[in-house]
Design a protein around this ligand. Structure first.
Ligand code: AMP
Ligand code: FE
Ligand code: FE
Ligand code: ZN
Length: 281
């Protein structure tokens, strides 16, 4: 049996692996195919693709866009995107700059609380275009301003805590369109984590292609629930570990094993969508 892990992060967002380390770990887990889905970026994809090609592993270009619909935060995975698509790159760049200005705001709030964290030390540590709260937490630990990452979130960064800054998000419909116009497929990430069942029909109507039924934080019952929803709406089924390297716990890569048949269905859907677009021109 061949398996895939279609939800993975690197240090191009909030993971700790380089693309090359990620591929090495995937190889050790015996995966046949991986997708890189860093938050609001596709920067790591070229290197991951090259590393996969070297070892004969299949690679799927991806990203995980932070979006919202009816005040519910929802993460939309984009797969099989055209990395040269300028509208996609511009759309992503806008939300990367939102992420960067949010770092300044969080540092300012921390400073007001008497925590002398400089935004520059967060950017230096993050060293990517998609910095977020995990990088602020790591910088706080590194500067010995808190003891642990958990403490950073509990004391300051969690929603409602004093250094929390809300993040402007694109609308889920906008995210789906951004992915589609770049030739990609749009998939709702970890629906079980976002209490997003009620928004699924609206996103299906907007052309969403699939849902992530298998995820580290989905119980077996949850996975079955989403498989039924996928069946009902004729959606593609995906799955992945949401591995962040060592940034949250031990590397999760390969703990969710998506049967390869789902990858084949993803490829077929992409081919059909491409042919439709070509015919519509
Ligand atoms: P951001 O996109 O900047 O809001 O950060 C979201 C990231 O922070 C996600 O990868 C979350 O998994 C992570 N995160 C959120 N809450 C916590 C927490 N309490 N402890 C550790 N990581 C967290
Ligand atoms: Fe993350
Ligand atoms: Fe997510
Ligand atoms: Zn993720």
């Amino acid at each position: 049996m061949k398996f895939a892990d279609l939800h993975l992060h690197t240090l191009f967002s909030d993971g700790t692996f380089t693309p090359e380390e990620l591929v090495l770990n995937a190889q050790n887990k015996g995966l046949a195919c991986i997708a890189l889905t860093d938050h609001d970026t596709v920067e790591g994809c070229a290197r991951a693709a090259a590393a996969c090609a070297k070892v004969g592993m299949e690679f799927i270009v991806g990203t995980e866009l932070t979006a919202e619909h009816s005040d519910v935060e929802v993460h939309i995975l984009g797969y099989l995107l055209d990395l040269q698509n300028q509208t996609l790159l511009d759309g992503i760049a806008k939300f990367q700059s939102v992420r960067q200005s949010r770092i300044y705001k969080m540092a300012e709030k921390l400073n007001q609380l008497g925590i002398p964290l400089k935004p520059e030390s967060v950017f230096e540590l993050a060293n990517c275009r998609s910095p977020g709260r995990p990088h602020v937490a790591r910088a706080l630990v590194k500067e010995k301003l808190v003891g642990t990452l958990d403490e950073a979130f509990e004391l300051y960064l969690k929603k409602g805590r004093p250094a929390w800054v809300p993040k402007a998000k694109m609308s889920a419909l906008e995210a789906i369109e951004l992915i589609h116009q770049a030739g990609g497929l749009a998939v709702m990430a970890h629906p079980g984590l976002n209490r997003s069942d009620e928004i699924i029909p609206a996103l299906v109507l907007a052309g969403m292609d699939g849902i992530e039924c298998f995820h580290t934080k989905h119980s077996t019952a949850m996975a079955e629930h989403y498989l039924e929803i996928a069946d009902f709406h004729h959606l593609l089924i995906t799955g992945g570990s949401d591995c962040h390297g060592f940034s949250k716990n031990k590397p999760l890569i390969g703990t969710v094993k998506l049967p390869y048949g789902h990858v084949e269905r993803l490829m077929t859907a992409k081919k059909i969508a491409d042919e439709r677009r070509a015919a519509a021109k």
